[in-house]
Design a protein around this ligand. Structure first.
Ligand SMILES: C[S@@+](CC[C@H](N)C(=O)[O-])C[C@H]1O[C@@H](n2cnc3c(N)ncnc32)[C@H](O)[C@@H]1O
Length: 207
């Protein structure tokens, strides 16, 4: 599993390498642009524009939301990713911190219309995902929504099939979202499969 220094090293090459995997429709980034586009459209169709991005990376998605008038908050643990994202979003509120140990205190002071996390939360165990998402749900405004875009599958069987096809390229250190297992914790969760290995989850606050 990459630590913050690993992501620092990947940062300058990140957009290019992700783009290539997406274009080739190969694991892990097949469907990447469509995943981001889905979330982009959903966030902008909401009347409220306060957005928190967990693991924003180079700011590929958030910078587009920023350009469309969204107020951007975010947390990432890679200082190089933060530098690159700041270049695109000078007025964003970006904090450095490891989300596996929680959210920066400054970010806990706000409520958000949309909370987004693309290709970042697979660094958490399933138990950590559930706890973290429950905490994030408490930071949503009343009609807010959490959007997760990532390598993801409807069932564990689907994931095992993909793993077989991918072979040696499969990353055993990443822990992917599996919809029918997550749904036990979040019955209101909705899942949309976007490519053979990626999907988007929609998680509204339970009132
Ligand atoms: C694969 S990149 C995804 C970036 C961006 N969201 C995207 O969709 O292109 C994962 C990002 O999450 C960050 N990240 C990974 N684990 C993290 C952690 N435990 N705490 C904070 N940031 C983390 C990395 O630094 C990196 O910027």
């Amino acid at each position: 599993m990459l630590n913050n220094k690993g992501f620092d090293l990947w940062a300058d090459d990140y957009d290019k390498s992700v783009g290539l995997s997406d274009e080739d429709e190969t694991y892990p980034f097949a469907g990447y642009k469509n995943v981001l586009n889905k979330i982009y459209g959903s966030v902008l169709s909401h009347w409220g524009k306060v957005v928190l991005d967990i693991g924003f990376g180079t700011g590929t998605l958030t910078s587009k939301l920023y350009e469309n008038g969204c107020e951007i908050y975010g947390q990432d643990f890679s200082s190089r990713m933060i530098e690159l994202a700041y270049e695109k979003m000078p007025d964003a509120q970006l904090f450095q911190g490891d989300f596996s140990v929680g959210l920066a205190n400054e970010l806990k002071q706000n409520k958000y219309d949309s909370i987004i996390a693309t290709y970042s939360l697979h660094h958490l165990t399933d138990k950590q995902k559930v706890d973290f998402l429950n905490m994030l749900m408490g930071l949503l405004k009343e009609d807010g929504c959490i959007y997760i875009g990532d390598v993801a599958f409807a069932t564990r069987k689907d994931m095992e099939e993909c793993k077989m096809q991918v072979g040696d390229e499969w990353d055993d250190e990443e822990i992917y979202f599996i919809f029918d297992e997550m749904k036990k914790h979040f019955p209101q969760m909705i899942f949309e499969q976007i490519s053979h290995c990626a999907g988007v989850f929609y998680l509204r606050r339970q009132l």
